[in-house]
Ligand binder design. Structure first.
Ligand code: ARG
Length: 579
């Protein structure tokens, strides 16, 4: 019997819980009654029917499964019902004990174990001197969450900012810089002012004046040849852009390490030689390309003018990440519009033998694509004058609006100006992040301040309030929660308590799913449901302060607050304790 049972190892809902339970059942978890209802018996019966076994039907297969379940403290009772459902009631004692253990040992003990040692997360990656637009905001927010979730799951993460700091646009920028500032020493952030406007003006000059265009093209060659004057100008432009990016990262609390396109430049010839020696590179219309099955265009790796491009840089960066950084998972976060580029160079890397052809094996690469940010008109998000929305303006507005909301709630009387500002920032930026993360990343989403700053519904504001309320329940009890953690006991007699307990326990598997499928919305959904279960199932039915179960229930409040805070932390959201 046992061998038959083990063939059917699957399971989706509450996977890790049930794996902990017995490792081979699958079915549905009914949270309310802590009942795991398995339909394995029916599936197995259809496989063994007529094969000369002693089983008479699904119920007898169910009986056999039940008898063979290992003895475990996780199981309270077990029965076979109806046409052969194996019903397993999870032990509420075990659930309570697991939560108590987390309260003492810390939430880190609930981190999933992944089969990955080191991952590169390539995210944000704006382009020097060009606008850092909402697309980059999405990449920054999604990438940061994925990096945080992997880090929590004990993966070493190399957070890489693959900035576009190399390419032909620099010829035009450098020439324009020389025109504007004959004395290069005068160049600094204030002198240049808005770098995006500078980019636009230089582009206009490039398009309009053939002599300028000619000089710009030569400037690229001289820059790539390493001439100090040109290199110096390039460095200045990068430096100014970098400062601008940093201001955004600082506000969002995102940490990244820059290894821009230029970093890989010296390695490109060697990598292309390797690919060429493997017979992968061919000449085509003056360019050097790799033809790939399933694509109607080849991957260009050297342009007809002899220059390298996005693809040659990405192939080289991949080579570097595999061979020098020894990453076993490389994750790229960009809009879905770049899907084909990634598909193509991933395929080229497979043909070169850098990556296994079986995607289930390591090292692996994944393109984490995301959809567009739309304006309220349903079109690509733009300002009224159809300019690209500047990220700083967006963050300013988020903060201002959340401050206004706090003032309307009369917080000016209760809080200091500093507290007000800090909370407005935490709430405002969290709202922007959460509104992005809660959607399946592949769908387009509409940027709507009113919606994201609403204190009802599935928003960061609602969740932050919910968390602050839990903290205030604990505070108002007047009990020392740290002491209670050591001495108190959790008892799950009420269905509301059990349901909350079970939901808390499912934290780990949701983090795991977020990591393995690279879907932050899974974690958001878990967090939102947790706050719903807390409020609707537990808190509205179970009096906490002043009840005979006060200690146990305060511990459940504390466990909920801890899990919520960990979710916030993984989503890059700053929790607030009073609101
Ligand atoms: N700089 C690119 C852009 O703005 C994104 C780079 C993504 N990373 C990569 N390795 N291609 O579209």
């Amino acid at each position: 019997m046992e061998s038959i049972i083990f063939v059917s190892v699957t399971g989706k809902t509450s996977q890790s819980l049930i794996h902990a339970l017995c490792g081979f059942l699958f079915g549905i978890l009914h949270e309310e009654v802590c009942l795991w209802c398995s339909n394995n018996a029916m599936g197995l019966w259809s496989k063994i029917k007529g094969k000369g076994t002693d089983f008479k039907g699904p119920p007898s297969v169910g009986q056999a499964i039940m008898k063979n379940l290992p003895k475990s403290e996780i199981i309270e009772s077990c029965s076979v019902a109806g046409p052969g459902f194996v019903n397993v009631v999870l032990s509420k004692k075990w659930i309570a004990k697991s939560i108590q253990k987390m309260l003492i040992d810390g939430i880190e003990k609930w981190a999933p174990q992944l089969q990955i040692k080191r991952a590169v997360v390539d995210f944000s990656s704006p382009n020097i001197a060009k606008e850092m637009h909402v697309g980059h905001l999405r990449s920054t927010i999604i990438g940061d969450t994925l990096a945080r979730t992997l880090e929590f799951s004990n993966v070493e993460v190399l957070r890489r900012n693959h900035v576009g700091d190399w390419g032909t646009q620099f010829g035009m920028l450098i020439e324009f810089l020389f025109e504007k500032f004959p004395n290069i020493e005068e160049v600094n952030e204030t002198a240049i002012g808005d770098l995006q406007a500078f980019y636009k003006a230089s582009k206009q000059r490039f398009d309009e004046d053939p002599a300028f265009k000619e000089r710009a093209q030569q400037a690229v060659v001289r820059l790539q040849g390493g001439e100090p004057k040109y290199r110096n100008a390039w460095l200045k432009i990068c430096e100014i852009s970098r400062k601008e990016f940093h201001r955004v990262y600082e506000r969002l609390g995102v940490h990244l390490e820059e290894k821009g396109e230029s970093f890989y430049n010296p390695y490109i010839p060697g990598v292309l030689k390797e690919l060429s020696d493997l017979g992968l590179i061919e000449e085509s219309q003056g360019a050097r390309v790799i033809f790939l099955e399933g694509f109607n265009i080849p991957l260009i790796v050297v342009k007809s003018d002899g220059g390298y491009n996005y693809a040659s840089t990405d192939l080289t960066a991949l080579w570097y990440r595999l061979n020098e950084e020894k990453a076993d998972w490389i994750i790229y976060v960009t809009d879905v519009g770049q899907q084909q580029h990634f598909d193509m160079f991933f395929k080229a890397a497979k043909r070169a033998g850098w990556l296994p052809t079986d995607d289930a094996l390591k090292p692996k690469v994944t393109h984490v694509g995301f959809g567009l940010v739309l304006g309220e008109d349903g079109k690509r998000f733009r300002t009224r004058s159809s300019e690209v929305v500047r990220l700083v303006d967006l963050l300013d507005e988020a903060k201002d609006r959340s401050k206004t909301a706090l003032l309307e709630r009369g917080k000016a009387e209760e809080w200091t100006e500093k507290e007000l500002d800090q909370t407005a920032e935490a709430v405002g930026y969290s709202a922007v992040k959460y509104a992005d993360l809660k959607n399946n990343r592949l769908t387009n989403y509409t940027f709507d301040f009113d919606q994201m700053l609403n204190d009802k519904g599935n928003t960061a504001v609602y969740l932050l309030y919910a968390h602050a309320r839990i903290c205030s329940i604990i505070r108002k009890s007047g009990r020392n929660i740290e002491e209670l953690k050591k001495t108190g006991e959790i008892v799950l007699d009420h269905t509301g308590e059990r349901e909350l307990g079970l939901h808390l326990l499912q934290f780990s598997e949701n983090v795991e799913e977020t990591c393995t499928n690279l879907l932050p919305n899974v974690l958001c959904e878990y967090l939102y449901n947790l706050s719903e279960v807390f409020t609707k199932k537990f808190y509205s039915n179970c009096q906490v302060v002043g009840s005979p179960e006060e200690t146990s229930r305060l511990l459940l409040c504390e466990a909920t607050a801890i899990v919520m805070r960990k979710c916030f932390n993984l989503l890059g959201i700053e929790p607030v304790y009073k609101i």
